[in-house]
Design a protein around this ligand. Structure first.
Ligand code: NAD
Length: 254
């Protein structure tokens, strides 16, 4: 059974897109949820929605690139539920820029959020799971850009390779402690941010090209990524660790 019933689950970047879909999926599967994001207003909207459905959720505002903030996210789970069973390291920024258009500051920012943020979330979540000593599961949100090269992702793409690398290395390091570490590698997903490209110059043509690049012939839905994350987080995946699961409509099969 794929139940997350009663499990204490932290989702970072829960206010929007894939993180929000994941928060909904886990909460509806019966998880006790900690929703974390830098966007406090977005978190409030999510929390109201889930509480209206009778779900168990606490929210915590913070920046995943800040060590103290990430500790606070994990401690919120321990304070509210006494334990942490699952962490979904999802928060990220998605700048598109080619090599010559990427400044040193651009590089540092995406590495801080998408790189270091993933490290800090894994570190503090796994530390809490290890202290309790009865296992746990981490799911990192990487990307097809964390497994293969693409144009105009000179900083974002390498930052998503951090998620892929952490997944494999930490899976091996923590397997003896019963802590599983997996990742999803979404193709292009119909989040607000991606849909906003419709209003940018060249955006509609770009979206059409991107859709066609996925063999299933469309963009993915946030809920389709959330379903894969919920599976990897659940006991249904109890013998799966260190995998990076594409959720990409066949993009990487080509
Ligand atoms: P999104 O912008 O809709 O959501 C990202 C969330 O993260 C937002 O709520 C944002 O406020 C939050 N966030 C940003 N910086 C933060 C920080 N420093 N600390 C805490 N929270 C922060 O984006 P999304 O498309 O849902 O992306 C979520 C994840 O999925 C990212 O890791 C992204 O790289 C990955 N991804 C997205 C796609 C896609 O096509 N949308 C494809 C592959 C991978």
């Amino acid at each position: 059974a794929m139940s997350l019933s009663g499990k204490s689950c932290l989702v970072t970047g829960a206010a929007s897109g894939i993180g929000r879909a994941t928060a909904r999926e886990l909460a509806r599967d019966g998880a006790r949820l900690v929703a974390a994001d830098i966007d406090a207003a977005g978190l409030e909207a999510l929390t109201e929605e889930l509480e209206a459905e009778g779900r168990t959720v606490v929210s915590v505002a913070g920046d995943v690139s800040d060590d103290a903030d990430v500790r606070n996210m994990v401690n919120s789970a321990l304070d509210a539920y006494g334990r942490l069973d699952v962490a979904v390291a999802n928060a990220g920024i998605l700048p598109l820029s080619d090599l010559l258009g990427t400044s040193e500051q651009d590089w540092d920012r995406v590495m801080a959020v998408d790189g270091k943020g993933m490290f800090l979330t894994c570190k503090h979540a796994i530390a809490a799971m290890h202290r309790r000593g009865d296992g746990g599961a981490v799911v990192c949100v990487s990307s097809i850009s964390g497994l293969a090269g693409q144009a105009r992702q000179a900083a974002y793409g390498p930052a998503k390779f951090v998620a892929t690398g952490l997944t494999k290395h930490l899976a091996v390091e923590w397997a003896p402690h019963g802590i599983r570490v997996n990742a999803v590698a979404p193709g292009t997903i119909r989040t607000e941010r991606v849909l906003a490209l419709r209003d940018e110059p060249g955006g509609p043509a770009y979206l059409a090209t991107v859709s066609a690049a996925h063999p299933l012939g469309r963009l993915g839905e946030p809920a389709e990524v959330a379903a894969a994350i919920a599976f990897l987080a659940s006991d249904a995946a109890s013998f799966i660790t260190g995998v990076v699961l594409p959720v990409d409509g066949g993009y990487l099969a080509q």
